[in-house]
Design a binder for this molecule. Structure first.
Ligand SMILES: [Zn+2]
Length: 82
């Protein structure tokens, strides 16, 4: 059964339409799980945001992030300023 919505007639692939529907429904673009409220990425869940960041670090040749070491902590691990 064909899904009729605002993405139906877009000249893009079925996969891209699925990604856009996930984004519209506030779900992860990769796995489709509902995105958590603490997720800082607008299209990915926390798990896939972390994986993406680690891939980017590996590509750039940087050291992995470690708690207590130099580097900016993840947004959801920072303490809220009162
Ligand atoms: Zn995900």
């Amino acid at each position: 059964m064909k899904i009729i919505d605002e993405f139906t007639d877009l000249p893009v692939s079925r996969q891209r339409k699925k990604q856009l529907r996930y984004q519209r429904d506030n779900r992860c673009m990769i796995c489709g799980q509902p995105r958590e409220a603490e997720a800082t990425n607008k299209v990915l869940c926390v798990r896939h945001t972390t994986a993406f960041n680690q891939q980017q670090r590996a590509r750039a040749g940087f050291q992995p992030w470690q708690p207590g070491k130099a580097g900016r902590p993840r947004h959801d691990q920072q303490k809220a300023v009162a």
